[in-house]
Design a binder for this molecule. Sequence first.
Ligand code: URA
Length: 238
Amino acid sequence: MSREIADHLRYYAELGVTGVSRSAQWRTRPGEASASDSIPSGRRPDAGDTDAAKSLLAIRTEIGPDCRRCKLHGLGRRQVVFGVGHPAARLMFVGEAPGEGEDRQGEPFVGRAGQLLTKIIEAIGLHREQVYIANVIKCRPPGNRNPEPDEVASCEPFLFRQIETIGPRVIVPLGKFAAQCLLKTAEPITRLRGRVYEYRGASLIPTFHPAYLLRNPSAKRDVWEDMKKVRAILQGDA
Ligand code: URA
């Protein structure tokens, strides 16, 4: 038990958290009335959740397992990486594009950056299965190069349909690429983060990409500030 607590505190410290609060407000998960009536999605499942799951499946089917809408299909990608998580999640993360591990496993954010993302999600009291995680483009660009404008143009409509179907309360674009794509701006991430935007019925809170955090651990502090805003909105405090 003491080892578990030590591990927990270590990764909070890793995320740049410098203190804890004894306030009861922070002891429930966003969307939950109390720990005793907690539910896996952070809200009560309803018929809409099944509809959302069906609509997501319809989008995935429309893309198809062998999508050839852009040139990436011929540039070594193994599979289309659609997205993962709760079909009616209140919190959605959007990354850039699958990397090598994601391309192999068919799931976004499964590598080192993904493990850090999981810790970030857990640091605000949620589980990875309660949120939805997708990328702007669904196939791995060769050598992890940046997605090109024609690839984004063919793929982003599917992301927009995922967002519309899931209907999240909060969207967190991870890194410059996703933030610029969603907000249709060329402003740098350092200017975009730190603010809350209204976007397609959700609050959009850009933050740094977890891969950037692996290279620049001091930026974890800023991400923690962003995630506190996310948590406050999900708890109805903002
Ligand atoms: N980086 C991303 O932007 N997306 C992934 O799925 C993995 C790494």
